[in-house]
Write a new protein. Structure first.
Lengths: 297, 306
């Protein structure tokens, strides 16, 4: 009995220590960015960043919100893009997934292969880019941000395997009543698929929200920047951003007086903000989705 | 006879086919059409002539890609980093998953898991800011700490050798939440009877883990590793591009095929080289994915894609 207690004790100490350490390492970087954003620029320039704010100051945030419409624009673009893309993407993915799991559809394996093959071989970046820019003429177009993330095979598989698990009994009654294929999908399968729609919807939404790559490839117009690309462009050229703010002639002072390093941190916090608040809710669905997805590879 | 049944089926499946149409068109345009563009690797592309009228150049693009040593460098980096990521991530995620499954405190477990998921949800742009926060020579927290201790500062962004560790760290950091959940759910599926009989037989907790938990997880681990090997020629573009940026000093150690192709296309406008490296990557990816998928199928039928 005593032997059993010591090994559990050692295990627990190690376990709590290691998982606690990992959790801490995951958390501390965010605290640091947060602290830096609330620090006084002069002290940061002299002594560098730290775990706690150096002399609490709201200067960086005052600068950001001096012209809130700049970041507001990026938020608007991203929110509209995310909502549109998620709804369209969910519709497309679920409809396709439904058809491909219909056991009475003789050609479903052939069509499934048509989709799956794209995970084996791809034309690569160059043809894709030239297609988008030269042939589809989507340079500086919102479509260039919307289309690439709309549909992918990973989500299709998740959708398909969930739907194939819905008991046939539900659809049989509808077929007897004379329901057409699309009605069955729309009126019966979709409502029964709420969990997978939530999971895949979150996957799609997160992809849109965090996308900066498509903006980098196709967007030159500042007004069309999405949030992450906006952040990327601004932090890599913070002086240009400062100029815009300084020229607005507001209360924050002249160009020289504007913060730089803490400003970059404040911009990062404002961009990250919603995700930190929203993700615990999303986490539950992600965990479910990973479990389904992981089991099916 | 054959024709009749085909038309009959077309009528029968009319609506289903219509429902498939959008995704079919989408995939045709965005996945299959670009495949025709691989000819660009063998051409001297100019914008005016487009893909089809640009002059052929044979293996010229490949010749330069290989003879300049770039092919070897970026391939080596891509493969070695992916191997390192596989090993480090698997060990770390396994360890965390096992601990989380065994320790008792519910609030601690839930909080720890939630916190570990935080890095997964942010973009690599944000991670690059975090990295700067730590590694910057003038303002980074590591260097402030070093100089406050009277030690010499380290120029991380100017010294390639640190980046192997830096990239492995951030890759592990970002994926720990997601990855540990996969193993955790696999652990939840293990039959508890085995544990109970082991306890009766007098096994301590370490024995239970090493003789029951880990062996039961081996199938999952192998499948995940095989799937990862299938992707061994693909680099995580977002991560490498955001953390390393346009810092050429680091390229020898940190450049992967994806970032190389991207820069060749977008920065240097060297379409031929970019197309060559892209095709090179696609071909090898095809080989590795088909091979590993075949191995997965032979190992555990349910898990393969086909």
């Amino acid at each position: 009995m005593k032997k059993g207690r010591t090994d559990v004790l050692i295990f627990n100490i190690t376990g709590y220590f290691i998982t606690g350490l990992v959790a801490l390492v995951c958390l501390v970087p965010f605290i640091m960015v947060l602290s830096a954003s609330f620090s006084e620029e002069k002290l940061v320039l002299k002594d560098g960043f730290s775990l706690l704010p150096r002399n609490f100051s709201l200067d960086a945030y005052k600068t950001v919100f001096e012209k809130p419409e700049i970041i507001g624009r990026a938020y608007l673009v991203t929110i509209v893009l995310t909502i549109t893309g998620t709804i369209l993407g969910l519709f497309l993915t679920s409809m396709t997934g439904y058809v491909l799991q219909r056991k009475d559809f003789d050609w479903r394996n052939r069509f499934s292969f048509f989709f799956y093959f794209t995970t084996l071989f791809s034309g690569g970046l160059v043809p894709y880019y030239i297609l988008m820019v030269r042939y589809l003429r989507l340079k500086d177009s919102y479509l260039a941000l919307l289309l690439p993330l709309l549909f992918n095979v990973f989500n299709l598989i998740i959708m398909k395997s969930y739907m194939s698990g819905i008991p046939v009994a539900f659809t049989e009654a509808a077929i007897i009543d004379g329901c057409g294929d699309f009605s069955i999908y729309y009126r019966i399968i979709l409502p029964l698929s709420k969990p997978v729609l939530a999971t895949v919807g979150l996957f799609i939404a997160l992809a849109y929200w965090n996308d900066w790559y498509n903006s980098m490839l196709y967007i030159n117009d500042e007004l069309k920047y999405t949030l992450q690309y906006f952040l990327y462009m601004r932090i890599n050229n913070i002086e240009a951003y400062k100029k815009i703010i300084a020229q607005s002639g507001g209360q924050v002072g002249s160009f020289i007086e504007l913060p730089t390093q803490t400003l970059r941190m404040a911009l990062t916090v404002v961009v990250t903000g919603p995700i930190i608040l929203a993700y615990p809710l999303a986490q539950k669905y992600f965990v479910k989705g990973i479990t389904i997805g992981a089991v099916k590879g | 006879m054959h024709k009749k049944s085909c038309i009959f089926k077309l009528r029968k499946y009319k609506i289903l086919l219509l429902m498939l149409l959008p995704a079919l068109i989408y995939t045709l345009i965005f996945s299959y059409l670009p495949m025709a563009g691989i000819v660009l690797a063998f051409k001297n592309y100019n914008y005016a002539d487009g893909i089809f009228k640009s002059p052929w150049s044979g293996f010229e693009n490949f010749r330069f890609f290989f003879s300049s040593g770039q092919a070897f460098k970026v391939t080596r980096n891509t493969i070695l980093y992916n191997l390192a990521f596989m090993v480090v991530n698997t060990l770390l995620q396994l360890a965390v998953a096992i601990f989380l499954s065994e320790i008792k405190g519910k609030i601690f477990k839930k909080t720890a898991q939630s916190v570990m998921f935080l890095p997964y949800f942010i973009s690599w742009v944000i991670v690059s800011v975090i990295a700067f926060n730590f590694l910057s020579y003038d303002y980074g927290i590591i260097n402030s700490f070093l100089s406050s201790m009277g030690l010499n500062k380290i120029d991380f962004y100017g010294t390639p050798k640190y980046w192997i560790g830096i990239l492995i760290f951030f890759n592990a950091w970002k994926g720990i939440g997601y990855g540990s959940v996969i193993y955790l759910s696999a652990i939840m599926g293990i039959d508890t009877e085995m544990y109970e009989s082991a306890e009766i037989d007098g096994a301590n907790i370490f024995q239970r883990i090493f003789y029951i938990t880990v062996p039961s997880l081996v199938p999952t681990i192998i499948i995940l590793l095989l799937l990862a090997v299938g992707q061994i020629f693909r680099g995580n573009f977002d991560m490498f591009y955001q953390l390393v940026g346009t810092n050429g000093i680091l390229f020898d150690i940190t450049d992967v095929i994806d970032t190389f192709t991207f820069r060749a296309l977008i920065r240097s406008n060297d379409v031929g080289m970019a197309a060559a490296s892209g095709l090179y990557q696609s071909v090898f990816c095809f080989i590795t994915i088909v091979t590993t998928n075949y191995l997965v199928k032979r190992y555990e039928k349910d898990y393969s894609l086909f």
